[in-house]
Design a protein around this ligand. Structure first.
Ligand code: GLC
Length: 663
């Protein structure tokens, strides 16, 4: 029997909810035995889904786990990243297509043809889950229905589509001013600069270091004059320090997670010893959300929420045990396995199962051990911030998170966390985008140039050439790595031309984003979702459709000056070279396309056109009056609004053409 367990607020209450309440309704898809849900695939079955994960768009051939993980090494053998997106879209041919959503907030395993290459087996830790099945129709129709179930995607403000510069290590306001002026001097457009943990006083949330950032309000106003918004980070954990008002108040009100003895559970993250706000407790969540006002009062219009899996470096208890354990090795002749065990004592302290089972949440449904609701923590932090910002600002705000669960897309976007300056991570990002879109995370992107490791000029150019199409377009890197701002590699022209193209494309990108959000559609889709009968397109995983009219085929290998591209139909190839746009019609089929580092190439579907406007150095200055259409249609359905109102509707769509505007 499948029990309904409706604790987490992931379901949009306005949506029509169709739950399966009896086991027989699972047939003919799954059999349910010993707590496992089993499905047999045929030879050509393709499995989409799982949102933010490693590997391909087709998930077949690996085993994945949903257990939000703070893991900065995103390699192929991993099983979890930061998000828990428990859905699979199974395509076994036209007669058998369905989506299964396992609404379950603890650890759940998706074996998709790993143990047995023809079997999908889904294994939750216990049976407290809700299962939703959506069947029939095209892949896009199934996704639309799923999205109407889980609710409408978050709508960012227009400026959030501009280019953002970020770096862990901008420690003082001069660093921020320098980043801005160097972009402006090189003519590289820029809309946002991110403040990483360095702006805080001792890494305490909602504080500003007064020596290094003496007047954040004035800085924010000064930059806004230049069309730039500052976007600070907020971490989940709160520093234990008497006299720090957020700690004092949260403690007094009992808003932090407690251990089994009712004492605050003390862990350590960036600020050292810290406590975790209980975002699953409605009062605590509202209280934490209200704290954002400290920064919105300084003119801040957006935030990124981090470390909310939650990431735990070590706990008081764990550290004590580790020191005891390490002492047992002292003076011993360490055989090789002893050495490995000794070496692992401290690294294994982070994000440990012992810690995740050592604290509790006070929810409206009662008290829950963290491990049983682990995947809801980041979701609820984003909800807390989003609801508060809506209350405080009454306008759209920029917000994205690292950890997430299905439904968090209603409150903010996500970025894909601590990737690396690896060529394989451009490809990984290409593949993550449509899977994230399927479960509603439309506002998403990865750290351009890679967060960890040293970036090179060619890597950054290629990454940017892809990322000009991602709604969140942010260059971010870790402290200690090689500088990778677009002006850091000597000449800046190629960087300027590519980022400028992003701004010229914004009327299209924003319009397609908003239409996708309002219609529960995909912004990025795999080719197979558009060309359903094309068996070649079905296997293409390094090209994507962007909105209705565009296809992209990014270059993601080093030392090549082009790549093979598959055109499922006749298309217009658009090339940007040194800021100039040229077009060429290409036939259906495979083509080798020459794409030097300085060029960006993309494709417009036959019978479609896209709007391009004149360049601008920030979104505030984009001039829609300069729009020209290119492609093989003389009209385009343009969505346009003021970019800030919470209310958005398809009534803002109008048909435009090159000759004149139509209504
Ligand atoms: C985490 C974030 C990263 C950030 C760093 C310091 O690793 O994922 O983006 O720069 O913390 O705040």
């Amino acid at each position: 029997m499948i029990r309904k367990w409706s604790f987490s607020p992931y379901i949009d209450t306005k949506a029509v909810v169709r739950k399966i309440e009896s086991e027989s309704a699972l047939l003919p898809y799954f059999s349910h035995q010993d707590g496992k849900y089993t499905y047999r695939m045929n030879e050509r079955t393709r499995v989409y889904g799982l949102g933010e994960q490693i590997r391909g768009i087709n998930k077949r051939g690996w085993v994945y786990e949903s257990y939000c993980a703070d893991d900065p090494i995103h390699t192929e053998e991993k099983r979890s990243l930061y998000g828990a997106h428990n859905f699979i879209l199974v395509d076994a041919g036209k007669d058998e297509r369905f989506l299964a959503f396992f609404d379950y907030p603890a650890k759940i395993r998706f074996d998709i043809g790993y143990t047995d290459s023809d079997i999908i087996q889904v294994t939750p830790e216990n049976d407290r889950l809700d299962l939703y099945l959506i069947e029939g129709g095209t892949l896009k129709e199934i996704i639309r229905e799923f999205r109407s179930l889980i609710g409408r995607s978050y709508l960012p403000p227009f400026f959030a589509f501009g280019y953002g510069q970020s770096r862990w290590g901008y420690v003082k306001e001069e660093d921020i001013r320098e980043a801005v002026s160097k972009h402006r001097e090189a003519g590289i457009p820029l809309d946002t600069v991110y403040l990483d943990i360095d702006y805080m006083e001792d890494f305490q949330d909602f504080t500003v270091n007064k020596v290094r950032f003496p007047d954040l309000k004035a800085l924010s106003a000064e930059l806004k004059e230049q069309g730039i918004r500052l976007i600070p980070i907020i971490d989940a954990a709160v520093k234990v320090r008497e006299g720090y008002s957020v700690y004092d108040e949260g403690k007094e009100k009992g808003y932090f997670c407690k251990d089994e003895n009712g004492e605050e559970f003390v862990t350590a993250v960036w600020p050292g010893r810290s406590v975790l706000p209980d975002f699953l407790n409605e009062d605590a969540s509202r209280w934490f959300g209200n704290q954002y006002q400290t920064l919105t009062d300084m003119g801040i219009e957006g935030f990124w929420n981090d470390m909310n899996e939650p990431a735990l470096f070590y706990s008081d208890k764990g550290l004590k045990t580790a020191f005891e354990k390490i002492k047992t090795f002292e003076g011993k002749n360490l055989e090789v396995y002893d050495y490995f065990n000794a070496r692992n004592v401290f690294p294994s302290l982070s994000n440990s199962k012992e810690d995740y089972t050592a604290f509790y949440h006070r929810t409206p449904e009662g008290v829950f051990n963290h491990n049983d609701v682990h995947n809801l923590y980041g979701f609820n932090m984003t909800r807390s911030a989003s609801e508060a910002l809506q209350r405080i600002r009454g306008q759209r705000f920029l917000l994205f998170s690292r950890a997430s669960y299905i439904g968090a897309h209603r409150y903010g976007g996500v970025w894909t966390g601590d990737n690396h300056a690896w060529w394989s991570h451009i490809l990984q990002s290409i593949r993550q985008m449509p899977s994230l879109n399927m479960c509603g995370f439309l506002y998403t992107g990865s750290d351009i140039g890679g967060f960890g490791g040293d970036c090179t000029r060619d890597l950054l150019l290629r990454w940017l050439s892809f990322a000009i199409f991602t709604p969140l377009m942010r260059n971010h890197s870790a402290v200690g790595t090689r500088r990778q701002e677009a002006y850091s590699f000597g000449d800046t022209e190629d960087f300027r031309d590519i980022i400028t193209l992003r701004y010229r494309l914004l009327p299209y990108l924003y319009s397609e984003f908003m239409k996708a959000a309002l219609k529960n559609d995909l912004y990025f889709s795999p080719l197979s979702f558009v060309y359903e009968d094309d068996e070649i397109a079905a296997e293409v995983e390094d090209q994507l459709m962007v909105g209705e009219a565009l296809m992209i085929a990014p270059v993601y290998t080093q030392n090549v000056s082009g790549r093979m591209v598959y055109l499922p139909e006749e298309m217009t190839m658009v090339r940007m070279h040194k800021g100039e746009i040229s077009i060429e019609e290409l036939k259906q089929g495979h083509h080798y396309i020459h794409i030097p580092l300085s060029d960006v190439v993309f494709f417009i579907r036959k019978g479609f056109a896209i709007p391009l406007c004149d360049p601008a150095d920030c979104t505030d200055k984009l001039d829609y009056a300069t729009i020209q259409l290119i492609g093989t249609s003389d009209s385009y359905e343009l969505y346009r609004d003021d970019g800030v109102s919470l209310k958005a509707s398809l009534e803002n769509v109008r048909i435009i053409s090159n000759s004149r505007e139509r209504s």
